[in-house]
Design a protein around this ligand. Structure first.
Ligand SMILES: Nc1ncnc2c1ncn2[C@@H]1O[C@H](COP(=O)(O)OP(=O)(O)OP(=O)(O)O)[C@@H](O)[C@H]1O
Length: 371
């Protein structure tokens, strides 16, 4: 599957001892032995499942071109890693890779972030500042959450994509750059376009080469392989030999992973910190079980004494699972806007990073996933 460009999609040696890794995986459950020989790598992305192999091939094809790429996928599925892999495999790999999360910058500041400003162009502009386009000149600009940009800014972005020229705020002369733009969104881009959040001209300009990242729950054996990989990386750092408990091994494939690979990585890390030898993932997924209700069939019951925010999070995760991960449908069922749903999911992920309590959710209720 090599494409001659550092072999994206090739089966590679992990940055860990394979023998050690196999030992860890085999120790879990002899009926669930996974051969790491199947694990492929593309940049810093790992995967063995069919959709990931396909994705690696697509990355290998588009990387050496100058095409703009639009990456769509749920939060935590690895969109930034895909953008980095494309850059690393491009002819411009020695040039800068600059990333900007468009939802993290206020609408007032995003223009200055993108295009820079001249000295004295607004209060506080004490010196000239280059923007992301200039800093990425010759290389790649990764625009994460591009659909969160205002429609006015989308017009300005489109113009740069078409002319390669822009004006720093307060400048009289235009600046010319050669930048490849890779954009990403947590939303379904076609839905975003239909609902007027994403301008159609920008959509068509960006999606010369669209890439869809599958949610982790649709990647079958990748869940255990990635969990094993993350555990091995932690063991390697500490010189330890911790393993998953049998219940954890099962949970890996039963849980729905709404926060995708990011959540898996955090959960393994959290369980690793708590473990003496065997990792117990259940409390790591659900660190405060006493505050958490049971989910039975299609019902979510909430224990009296729960915080309203915890109950809301639980209902959102359960509905998301019930809707098969379809966020538009989930928002409809819950009677909230898609934006509100995304805001909540982003908040939960931020909490996850800060180590806050995550109410246990098995969004698929009684459904369990088979490999
Ligand atoms: N296939 C993979 N192999 C190894 N690590 C992965 C993989 N996919 C994601 N990760 C890890 O998961 C975390 C989230 O990845 P990343 O930031 O690329 O996701 P994202 O889709 O851009 O998220 P967001 O939409 O929230 O910005 C990172 O720590 C990344 O290293």
């Amino acid at each position: 599957m090599s494409n001659g460009l550092n072999g994206c999609g090739e089966v590679v040696d992990l940055p860990i001892s394979n023998t050690h890794h196999m030992a860890v995986l085999q120790a879990q459950d002899s009926s669930h032995t996974i051969s790491l020989n199947k694990l492929a790598r593309c940049g810093d992305l790992y995967g063995a499942s069919a959709p990931m192999q396909q994705l690696f091939q697509m990355i290998g094809k588009v990387a050496p071109t100058s095409a703009n790429v639009l990456i769509a996928g749920e939060s935590g599925t690895g969109k930034e890693l895909v953008a980095q892999a494309i850059h690393q495999l491009s002819r411009e790999q020695e040039q800068p890779f600059v990333a900007l999360n468009c939802s993290a910058v206020s609408p007032q500041l995003i223009e200055a972030e993108l295009f820079g400003h001249e000295r004295g162009s607004f209060t506080g502009a004490v010196r000239m500042q280059k923007g992301c386009f200039e800093r990425a000149d010759g290389g790649t600009l990764f625009l994460d959450e591009v659909t969160e940009m205002s429609l006015d800014m989308q017009v300005k972005l489109l113009r740069v994509l078409e002319t390669s020229r822009f004006c720093r705020i307060g400048a009289e002369e235009e600046t010319e750059v050669k930048v490849r733009v890779i954009a990403a969104t947590n939303r379904d881009p076609v839905e975003a376009m239909k609902s007027g959040i994403l301008r159609s001209d920008l959509f068509y300009r960006l999606s010369v080469f669209p890439l869809d990242l599958p949610p982790l729950r649709e990647r079958g054996e990748d869940i255990r392989l990635l969990a094993g990989l993350f555990l091995d990386q932690l063991n390697e750092e500490d010189g330890r030999n911790r393993v998953f408990s049998k219940a954890s091994w099962r949970l890996l494939n039963e849980y729905n992973w709404p926060g995708n690979v990011r959540e898996l990585k955090n959960v393994v890390h959290r369980a690793y910190i708590m473990a003496d030898h065997e990792l117990d993932l259940l409390p790591a997924v659900n660190p405060n079980r006493s505050m958490v209700s049971e989910q039975i069939g299609d019902c979510v019951t909430v224990q009296l004494g729960s915080k309203l925010a915890d109950a809301e999070q639980r209902l959102i995760y359960a509905t998301l699972g019930h809707c098969g991960g379809n966020k538009t449908l989930t928002a409809e069922v819950l009677g909230v806007s898609l934006k509100t749903l995304y805001n909540r999911l982003n908040e939960y992920q931020a909490k996850l990073f800060l180590g806050d309590v995550i109410p246990h959710a098995r969004p698929y209720g009684t459904q369990s996933r088979n490999q």
